[in-house]
Design a protein around this ligand. Structure first.
Ligand SMILES: [Zn+2]
Ligand SMILES: [Zn+2]
Length: 574
């Protein structure tokens, strides 16, 4: 798939244009990039099927950009992009990944300190040169150094929305071979950890040679690092590593357990095996006395032989799951099939790329009973937040659209900024008319712990707020959570009967798995919202569900597993 490559180039073009103070064009490129990145189909397939017209119909693309995409698909290059890069020889894609650095600041750093890339940036920051620049100062330099730390972490660990499609593509290619009995992705990706270092694949086959040959010559392979009779290791085109292991059919269960991990979970399992007179390895479960294989080839069989209930991969972190499995108390985790709606999506009215009608159509296709439109509020100037009159117009439109639906309802919501003093960004007379109010922090991320906690708790005490959006504000690999007393926030939310969001956007996943576990243990309810800015991003729900599973959530903990009829119990205005 060339989708992500193209999105990256478009984003970079936008950055370079912005540096040159060109108006509007950067936004167009960015919008197209975001829509291309979230497409669930291969952009090449769209082009092959319907040519330029097909490309043109991608939201935010249009004729001009469709030509650029065509050029890239045909030649592997975009001429205009090359020329721009020559004009501005800064590695903006990398530099602007640092949370504090936008294109404008990067331009100043280039002009004044000749900083072209991350390496130059680190050198200058460590030498204290950035602190001396007017408008930057000691604090900014510290922010940059912190950002550099996060950036390095991100280089090592990919987000789920990057890793998962690649893994699925590899699996698909391998499963086509008649020599392959099964091919599965394993490791931390199978446990759906929020970031993964590499893509591990386990294949079951009696003919490993052919499997290894196919794997090492996949289109996506940039370099083969190692190639043996039953294993291989490669570097993929996006620089991620992928390791393949081939085992025999009788080794499947033990192999899956071993390679899915986690290491800590496996150590605990091996200890139980020893206590029972067995030996557990990636090849199977054996009697210590006779060396004979214990019958049974599935993961379930092995858990059973160890007197444990089956443990789903997402729980295998040695965080209490072994004890629960001993007592037969593994929870029935929430699954994507339980989801009946999405509480957090943005439309064209603010910074999304699709119309409310199109979003509703997608929701219905997903089998949802409801969809809450939650565009940004008026203070969000960059995100084109809705003025009061526009929000009222939107509510009217939603009511009108609802007249045509059967068994489906659009909910009129808003993602309302929580202002510095904890008040909400619309007056009471407006808030009153909304079905659901999500309150979110989008400014002053660096406030003190006390200030931030007070600000959020004040908002939670506002009778119009229903859900606290992305509660910790972290951006994975980019920004740390706010300085916040989360226990206090949970307590105040509980007292005021408010709900917490699990934002399913792959670089947020906020609340995190461990935060979720704490929240539901206290009795709080969780709303999973994709924060989709296009209809394709509504598919991010799967990352939310996976994180909820890692947080031990069951169906009854998650608000969007309830039917439309059940919702009024949790949202009074419905
Ligand atoms: Zn937000
Ligand atoms: Zn949002």
């Amino acid at each position: 798939m060339k989708n992500l490559e193209l999105a990256k180039i478009f984003n970079e073009i936008a950055d370079i244009l912005e540096i040159q103070d060109i108006q509007w064009k950067p936004q167009a490129y960015r919008k197209a990039a975001s829509s291309i990145a979230s497409l669930s189909i291969d952009i090449e397939k769209i082009y092959k099927k319907s040519g330029l017209k097909g490309l043109d119909s991608i939201p935010g693309v249009g004729k001009h950009l469709a030509l650029k995409i065509e050029e890239y698909l045909k030649t592997g290059k975009i001429k205009a992009y090359k020329q721009l890069k020559k004009k501005v020889p800064i590695d903006l894609a990398e530099l602007t990944h640092i949370e504090f650095l936008g294109p404008k600041k990067a331009k100043r750093l280039y002009k004044e300190l000749k900083i072209k890339n991350i390496k130059d940036l680190e050198k200058a920051a460590k030498a204290g040169k950035i602190a001396k620049l007017s408008g930057f100062g000691e604090k900014s330099q510290q922010d940059i150094l912190e950002g550099l730390g996060m950036y390095k972490l991100g280089k090592k660990r990919a987000l789920l929305n990057i890793a998962l499609p690649i893994a699925k593509e590899i699996i698909q290619s391998l499963n086509k071979l008649k020599e392959v009995k099964s091919a599965e992705y394993v490791g931390s990706l199978r446990r759906m950890k929020e970031t993964v270092r590499d893509i591990d694949i386990l294949v079951i086959s009696n003919k490993p040679k052919k499997v290894i040959q196919t794997f090492t010559s996949l289109d996506n392979v940039k370099k083969v690092l190692a190639k043996g009779p039953t294993k291989a290791s490669v570097v993929l085109k996006n620089n991620m590593h992928s390791d393949l292991r081939v085992l025999k059919p009788e080794e499947k269960g033990a192999g899956l357990l071993y390679f899915i991990g986690s290491k800590e979970h496996n150590i605990a399992l091996r200890k139980i095996a020893i206590e029972k007179g067995y030996k557990l390895s990636e090849y199977g479960l054996f009697s210590r006395n006779t060396g004979k294989r214990i019958p049974g080839t599935s993961e379930k069989d092995i858990y059973k032989a160890l007197s444990l209930k089956y443990i789903p991969p997402e729980l295998r972190e040695n965080q209490g799951e072994i004890e629960a499995a001993k007592k037969g108390k593994i929870p029935t985790l929430i699954s994507i099939k339980d989801i009946k709606g999405d509480f957090h999506v943005h439309s064209k009215w603010s910074d999304g790329s699709d119309s409310i009608k199109d979003l509703a159509t997608t929701a219905k296709k997903l089998g949802y009973q409801y969809l809450c439109i939650s565009d940004h509020s008026k203070s969000e100037k960059i995100a084109n937040g809705l003025s009061e009159s526009n929000l009222l117009k939107q509510i009217k439109l939603i009511k009108k659209l609802n007249k045509n639906f059967r068994g489906f309802k659009l909910l009129a919501g808003s993602e309302v900024d929580i202002l510095a003093d904890g008040s909400l960004d619309y007056p009471e007379k407006i808030l009153k008319q909304l079905d659901i109010v999500i309150g979110s922090i989008h400014s002053r991320f660096k406030s003190s712990k006390q200030e931030m906690t007070k600000r959020i708790c004040t908002a939670l005490e506002n009778k119009h707020l229903n859900i606290l959006g992305h509660p910790t504000g972290r951006l994975i690999n980019q920004r740390k959570p706010y300085n916040l007393d989360l226990d206090q926030v949970f307590k105040v939310a509980l007292e005021n009967k408010k709900h917490l969001e699990l934002n399913a956007f792959p670089n947020r996943l906020d609340l995190s798995d461990t935060n979720l576990k704490e929240a539901i243990e206290l009795g709080l309810k969780i709303s999973i919202g994709t924060d989709a800015h296009s209809k394709d991003q509504m598919n991010y729900m799967k990352f939310g569900v996976a994180t909820a599973r890692r947080g031990w959530c069951q169906k009854n903990h998650i608000l969007n597993t309830f039917t439309l009829k059940q919702l009024p119990k949790y949202f009074k205005k419905l």
